[in-house]
Write a protein that binds this ligand. Structure first.
Ligand code: PMP
Length: 418
């Protein structure tokens, strides 16, 4: 669904944040005498007790390999693993479990598409179209593919607000373009890209679209069918699930026609030295023993988010983003990098008085965790002519009081360095 977060925010959907915070044991930590203020959710989100419980339950009552054993434990583990696949599919709007490929994360999902779809469809002189605001994991796999094939990587420019130049996009799209791969939400700028429009334009030229959903998935409801995207990649650890776990959604028709990527156990139907026949979807793309507990824990994270409601989460975070944006603008010498009209709850900024790494250090002393650096998006930094930013990325458990603490600590940075 191409929702506008600002529209959702108009709904009276609010979260009981105090109750939610009690679900996250880590939020009780104290650092240097200050309560932990965790504002690095874009890097990884914290984990609710129910997700930890799912992992413990797996090892305490289910631990066995999946798809193999005839014994009880293996069948129970397989059942829970496949239920998790259905939950992950439901969460992004596909009823087809075969369209949900488990991966190590967004990075592996994008590499899978580049290596399988890309190597089949991209040849010498062809073009792959990405944008200026991609994370390195949606740049480098395509660059590697282009180098191997003698193809060209083309880049959609962005404006000073950090929005895609859609006229340039239409100009760049041509008969040599074999795939468009863009982010749904920029991790460095917070921009929500106009994906419905991107998909409409790309499809009218017959070009498939991959969306990097790593930063969108925790912030808003996603429905891949309503979007019509061809591939959607996301990571569990950015949506309150475990690390080392992610999903590649792909249209069954496309996945079916793609060659396998990695070879090994589980992805085969039969093997002889002369010939191997491959398994059906989704197993064709899941060679070897999968991250079983990771999948089950991802399923628990989906249950948790669905209980709270993605609309309510989006509304809460939008209110927080508006509050934080106003409050940060009051800090002398602070400039927000990324001022797109449609933004998720990610705020990058620079401060005249101090380098982002020094800011990050001083904030850490005050118990506030933010990100300082190029956020694996060096071309974005180059575009804005800066080496790095400080980034506060918000989550469903963050509060206005935590924003106030951030602002107070930034005033202190100005005092120390000013
Ligand atoms: N894309 C974006 C937009 C991201 O923010 C990230 C993680 N920072 C990734 C891709 C890569 O995700 P992962 O490291 O979980 O594979």
């Amino acid at each position: 669904m191409a929702i506008r977060i600002s529209d959702i925010a108009a709904e009276e959907a609010l979260l009981d944040v105090e109750a939610i915070r009690a679900d996250f044991p880590i939020l009780d930590l104290v650092r240097n005498g200050n309560p932990l203020v965790y504002l690095d959710n874009g890097a990884t989100s914290q984990t609710p007790r129910c997700v930890m419980d799912a992992i413990e339950h797996y090892y305490a009552a289910r631990n066995a390999n999946v798809h193999r054993g005839v014994h009880y434990l293996s069948q129970a583990a397989t059942h829970d693993f496949e239920e998790a696949r259905k939950k992950a599919g439901r969460f992004i709007g596909t009823p087809l479990a075969c369209e949900v490929i488990f991966t190590r994360g967004t990075t592996e999902a994008i590499n899978l598409v580049a290596q399988s779809y890309g190597r089949t469809h991209v040849g010498a002189g062809d073009e792959v179209l990405i944008s200026y605001m991609e994370h390195h994991s949606n740049i480098v796999p395509w660059q590697m593919l282009c180098e191997e094939k003698g193809a060209h990587l083309k880049v959609i420019p962005i404006n000073d607000a950090g929005e895609l130049d859609m006229d340039a996009f239409e100009r760049l799209l041509n008969e040599r373009t074999k795939i468009v791969a863009v982010t749904h939400v920029s991790n460095a700028l917070g921009t929500i890209t106009p994906i419905k429009e991107i998909i409409r334009i790309a499809h009218s030229a017959g070009v498939p679209v991959l969306l990097d959903g790593a930063q969108a998935i925790p912030h808003m409801p996603i429905n891949v069918y309503e979007l019509g995207c061809d591939f959607y990649a996301f990571s569990a650890h950015k949506m309150y699930g475990p690390t080392g776990m992610g999903v590649l959604y792909g249209k069954a028709r496309l996945l079916d026609a793609m060659p396998p990527w990695q070879g090994g156990g589980d992805m085969i139907m039969s093997v002889t030295f002369e010939k191997t026949t491959y398994n059906t979807l989704p197993y064709k793309f899941e060679a070897g023993t999968p991250n079983i507990e990771g999948a089950i824990a991802l399923g628990a994270a989906v249950d948790y988010l669905e209980r709270l409601g993605m609309n309510a989460i989006a509304a809460h975070e939008h209110q927080l983003l508006t509050y934080a944006t106003r409050a940060l603008q009051e800090v002398p010498g602070l400039t927000i990098i990324g001022t797109a009209k449609e933004k998720a709850a990610v705020i990058s900024f620079v401060l005249e008085s101090a380098h982002p790494h020094d800011i990050g250090q001083l904030l850490d002393d005050a118990g506030i965790a933010v990100r300082a650096g190029h956020h694996c998006a060096q071309p974005v930094m180059q575009r804005f002519g800066i080496p790095a930013t400080t980034r506060a990325s918000l989550a469903l458990y963050n509060t206005r009081e935590e924003i106030d603490a951030l602002v107070a600590a930034l005033h202190n940075v100005n005092k120390v360095f000013g």
